[in-house]
Design a protein around this ligand. Structure first.
Ligand SMILES: [Zn+2]
Length: 268
C-alpha cells in the first residue's frame, strides 16, 4: 500500500482516465490520451497511450507516474516556444495532474475507498470519513459473525424512515410521538412505536443500488407500503431499497456501508 500513493495522490490499480490534451507533434491540434494504472512486481505501473499523426499509437509506461509525461511536456514547451505560442510551464504539471488523480471529484471518490486509511503518507483533502474515526470493532477471530453477541448500552438509531414512509406512519399514527433529530421521520428500534409496527419490511436494509423500491399504495381505504422489486432477484439474494433520507448537516450524517459501486457514502 505504501507504494500506491504519494502525499498528493492515491494510485488505485485498475484506474483509467481519458484526457484531451495538446498533440505532441502538431502544436495546433489536440489528441486523446488514455491513461491507466496497473500493478507490476508489486509496484504501481503507469501507462498512457495516444495516437499522433503519421507515427501512430505511442504508449509511455513505467513505475513512475511522471514516466513519459516530463519528456512530452518539455518537448511541447520547446515546440510552442519556437512557434511563439503561449508559453507552457511543464514544471507546474505533474503526471498525477495529467492522470486526473488530483482532480477534486476524483480525489473525493478515491478518499472514500475502503481501507484508504492505509495510505499513511497521503494528505487527505476532503477529510476522512467518520467511519475511519470510529474505534476498531473487537473481533479477535477476524469475523464479526463468529463473535459472541455483546450487548452495548450505547443507543444507536438504526431504523430511520424516509419521507415517503413517514407519510404512512403519520396516517397510521405510528409516528405521533417519535422525536429526535429526524423528527417524525425517525423511529428508534427500541421504541414502542417500532414494536407496534410489526411489519416485516422494517428489517430491510438500505442500499444505494437497491433491488427493490418502497411505495405507499391505497389498498382497501388504507395506506400500505409495498416493497416491489425493480430487477430480477436471485434466490437467496438480500432484498434492499433506498431509504432516501433527507440530507443533513455535517454532524448528523450517517455513513452508508451498503458497499454498492455507486454508494453515496452517506445515508443522509
Ligand atoms: Zn450506500
Amino acid at each position: 500500500m505504501a507504494l500506491f500513493h504519494s502525499k498528493s495522490a492515491i494510485y488505485p490499480v485498475g484506474y483509467k482516465a481519458t484526457r484531451i490534451y495538446w498533440d505532441s507533434i502538431n502544436t495546433r491540434k489536440r489528441c486523446i490520451y488514455e491513461s491507466w494504472i496497473g500493478e507490476k512486481d508489486g509496484k504501481p505501473w503507469f501507462a498512457t497511450s495516444y495516437s499522433t499523426g503519421s507515427i501512430g499509437e505511442i504508449t509511455m509506461c513505467g513505475h513512475d507516474v511522471n514516466e513519459g509525461w516530463t519528456e512530452l511536456l518539455n518537448n511541447l514547451s520547446n515546440l510552442r516556444a519556437q512557434q511563439r505560442m503561449l508559453k507552457l510551464f511543464p514544471k507546474y504539471l505533474t503526471g498525477e495532474n495529467l492522470f486526473g488523480l488530483t482532480a477534486p471529484v476524483v480525489a473525493r471518490i478515491l478518499e472514500s475507498l475502503p481501507n484508504i486509511e492505509l495510505c499513511a503518507n497521503y494528505k487527505f483533502r476532503f477529510g476522512r470519513s467518520p467511519v475511519l474515526e470510529l474505534p476498531l470493532a473487537v473481533n479477535p477471530t477476524g469475523s464479526a459473525r463468529s463473535e459472541p453477541h455483546v450487548k452495548h448500552n450505547r443507543k444507536k438509531p438504526h431504523t430511520l424512515i424516509s419521507n415517503l414512509i413517514s407519510e404512512y406512519y403519520e396516517s397510521t399514527g405510528i409516528a405521533d410521538a417519535a422525536s429526535s433529530i429526524y423528527g417524525k421521520h425517525f423511529v428508534h428500534s427500541k421504541s414502542s412505536q417500532y414494536r407496534r409496527m410489526k411489519l416485516d419490511w422494517r428489517y430491510i436494509n438500505h442500499s444505494c443500488n437497491p433491488n427493490c423500491v418502497a411505495e405507499v399504495v391505497n389498498f382497501e381505504k388504507e395506506k400500505k407500503i409495498m416493497i416491489i422489486s425493480n430487477r430480477h432477484i436471485l434466490s437467496g439474494e438480500e432484498l434492499n431499497y433506498d431509504y432516501k433520507f433527507d440530507f443533513e448537516e455535517e454532524g448528523n450524517k450517517i455513513p452508508c456501508l451498503c458497499g454498492a459501486l455507486n454508494c453515496r457514502k452517506w445515508m443522509n
